[in-house]
Design a protein around this ligand. Structure first.
Ligand code: 5GP
Ligand code: MG
Ligand code: MG
Length: 183
């Protein structure tokens, strides 16, 4: 199906699907090497990380398991508060497991800071983060991110799992929304 009518709602494409896939292949190579001798569990954060999880996992050449969490961040409007509620917990006991959290985007890092503290208390053998995108604010966050796809400018982006009001997740490219979409 031709999604060009949706793509026309983007003012600027920041990363095409080809660029995303090429970067994921590189990161997958690093993950393959790092976890060559361990049984890796990928933990995706719903809903945004669905696309990253699907693509990253298929670039890996070793066995992995996948599990999912859904969290909701309390806060007013678009500001992240760092107070998080778990809507769907893992099905897997991660004690003694090598865990890699897979995220779509990190902005303030507040949501992820809470999540990491929560997961760390379950005593995994290791706990690291991979995110497809990172905003400038995130660099100030105490959360240490091992694998970053791309650093973004401080703009609101959609596509490749990222939504605006629940839409645009299914765009394969990532870009900024045209102003007419908001009004
Ligand atoms: P944080 O706690 O790091 O500030 O919030 C991260 C969450 O905010 C992401 O998982 C995502 O849901 C949302 N978010 C942050 N920046 C963007 C953006 O540019 N576009 C979209 N669609 N969501 C974003
Ligand atoms: Mg996310
Ligand atoms: Mg969202």
């Amino acid at each position: 199906m031709d999604a060009s009518h949706i793509t026309s709602e983007l003012t600027r494409v920041l990363y095409t699907n080809d660029q995303v896939q090429a970067r994921l292949a590189e990161i997958a190579g690093e993950i393959d090497a790092e976890y060559a001798d361990s049984d890796l569990l990928l933990v995706g954060v719903l809903n945004g990380a669905v696309m990253v999880m699907a693509d990253l996992s298929r670039h890996l050449t070793s066995h992995v398991q996948m599990d999912w969490m859904a969290i909701s961040s309390y806060g007013s409007g678009t500001q992240s508060s760092g107070v998080v509620r778990i809507l769907k917990d893992l099905n897997t006991d991660i004690e003694g497991r090598h865990v890699l959290v897979v995220e779509d985007i990190i902005d303030t890092g507040l949501t992820l800071a809470y999540l990491m503290q929560n997961l760390q208390s379950r005593k995994p053998a290791s706990l690291e983060i991979m995110t497809m995108f990172r905003k400038p604010e995130a660099i100030k966050s105490p959360v240490d991110v091992k694998y970053v796809g791309f650093d973004l400018p401080n703009e609101f982006v959609v596509g490749y799992g990222l939504d605006y009001a629940g839409r645009y997740r299914n765009l394969t490219d990532v870009g900024t929304l045209a102003p007419h979409v908001y009004s």
